[in-house]
Structure formats: structure tokens, C-alpha cells
Design a protein. Structure first.
Length: 105
């Protein structure tokens, strides 16, 4: 949870950017950036401690996990940086025929 949300502030796009940073950090390391444990302990760390970004090059995840929501990149700045994949067509997915109601897998 973004620090501003934990302390009773209004969540908004900056909180989503914080969540993106946490997902990126986890995907890169297999570790939650604020550790594990009881939710209140992890939330305390998110507000008061720096994330563990060991093994991640300085960059996007660190910027997204900045405590100050105004200092985080905006979604408009992030979107061009993220890879764009393609959405598979139903016919590209094994077992899918692309016909409505067909549940074969």
C-alpha cells in the first residue's frame, strides 16, 4: 500500500504508480520491497523505511517507490517506458477456437 494511503491520505494515480514499483521490484527479485510479515509491519516499513532494492539497477522501480507521491513519475511519463505487448487472439491460445461459448482448453 502506498504511504499516503496508509496514513489516511487520498489514494490516486500516484498510489497506483507506487504499486507498480512494488510489482516491478518483486518481479525482478522475488522479494517484496518492504519485506514480509504482518500487514501493519509491512505498512509501517512502506511509510518509514526505504525499500530493499538489492539486485535492481537504479531506475524505474526506485522512482515509483518514492515516499512523496508528488515526486513519483506520473502515468503519462511511465506509459512510453513500459514494453508494449500484443494481446493474443483467441486462436493463438492453445485449445481456444475463438468462438463464444467454447470452453475447451
Amino acid at each position: 500500500m502506498a504511504p499516503e494511503y496508509v496514513v489516511g491520505g487520498e489514494p490516486g494515480p500516484a498510489a497506483d504508480v507506487f504499486a507498480l514499483g512494488a510489482v516491478l521490484a518483486y518481479a525482478a527479485t522475488g522479494r517484496a520491497p518492504f519485506g514480509t510479515g504482518a500487514p501493519h509491519v509491512v505498512n509501517y516499513r512502506a511509510v518509514h523505511e526505504e525499500p530493499d532494492l538489492t539486485g535492481i539497477p537504479a531506475g524505474l522501480a526506485a522512482q515509483c517507490l518514492t515516499k512523496d507521491p508528488a515526486a513519483r513519475p506520473t502515468p503519462d511519463l511511465l506509459c512510453p517506458l513500459l514494453p508494449r505487448g500484443t494481446t493474443p487472439r483467441p486462436s493463438d491460445v492453445p485449445g481456444e477456437t475463438g468462438q463464444r461459448g467454447d470452453l475447451r482448453r
